[in-house]
Design a protein around this ligand. Sequence first.
Ligand SMILES: NC(=O)c1ccc[n+]([C@@H]2O[C@H](COP(=O)([O-])OP(=O)(O)OC[C@H]3O[C@@H](n4cnc5c(N)ncnc54)[C@H](OP(=O)(O)O)[C@@H]3O)[C@@H](O)[C@H]2O)c1
Length: 343
Amino acid sequence: MNSSTHGNTQIVLKRHPEGAVSPDDFELVATGMPEIADGQVLIRNLYLSMDAGFRHWMTEGAGDNYLPGMQLGDPVQSMVLGQVVKSRHSDYVEGAYLSARCAWECFSVLDGSDLAAVIEPEPGVPLHEYMSLLGPTGMTAYFGLMQLGRPAAQETLLVSAAGGAVGTAVGQLGKIHGCRTVGLTGTEAKAEWLRQEVGYDVAISREADPDLAAALSRDVPDGIDVFFDNVGGATLDTALGQLSERARIVLCGAMSQYEQERPEPVFNTWELITKRARMEGFMFSDYADQFGAAAATLAGYYRSGALVSFNQVYAGIESAPQAFCDMMHGASRGKCLVDLSEA
Ligand SMILES: NC(=O)c1ccc[n+]([C@@H]2O[C@H](COP(=O)([O-])OP(=O)(O)OC[C@H]3O[C@@H](n4cnc5c(N)ncnc54)[C@H](OP(=O)(O)O)[C@@H]3O)[C@@H](O)[C@H]2O)c1
């Protein structure tokens, strides 16, 4: 599907997903090119970020202190990276690259809110990295791990959804800080990739080790020092049962819960007391005023080769529903992106 300059193309929410999200929950629609008013810019989107967390706000009646629930017929929200094609906003010049929380669409109107940030690509760094390791994904991994996880050398860092966008970055950052890293994932093929390519010391798959408690007793006999949790539910509960003293649990996401009708209970909270552990949630946007410094640190690791970016890129806006479902259900590796730059 080409985006012409005469019209816009969007993927809208056709029905609220129930249980596992499906490409049939979305619909591609052609709309008019949006007009901009004073204080606004029009961007042509080049990359769409497939963000697991947005699944939560697709559910009927969703909506909370952070974001309202998505409405039927609305373009699906995501982080996007685009280039300004028209500007009536003094902060954004034509040709500038911007990232923002926007939608699955070829053109978007921004007013500087919704996490809008100017991107100044460094020579030699592919633009899509600013939607991946050097963008919101990298920020999530970096601030969650460094501010809440506070890893120290020789500590054991456990990461759930270790083969995903955030998880691949957290595991590598843990290695940079001298940790022994243990990743959790779905399949044995992905676990092997985590060991061989991503650099996890140990990878445990649900396929080979359906009993996570037994696998952790085997592979983390001295207890978990830092748990970076992207999954929640029973995985979190099991990990809480195997903490070392003064452990830190970083609540980043709850993949296992987004498609459940009811949240699963977590029982092992007594362990937080006896182990003097600390469990804390965060949103990457909490650290927006420090993004520049973090991006510079991550870019340094990236340039030196200490931090590798793993991306799975789909082409064309029509591929966004499938890309999102693949990412949600473990069929993608690393950061899942949709490339609109050829449209
Ligand atoms: N707090 C924040 O500011 C923030 C920002 C960004 C993302 N997040 C959160 O970080 C987490 C990861 O996001 P991401 O965008 O990087 O996604 P991702 O990890 O690239 O993709 C999600 C992965 O979760 C795993 N998964 C799916 N269902 C699962 C289940 N029932 N049990 C265990 N694992 C399951 C799948 O991998 P495998 O099954 O193959 O392992 C899937 O590929 C999400 O929970 C997201 O909401 C938080």
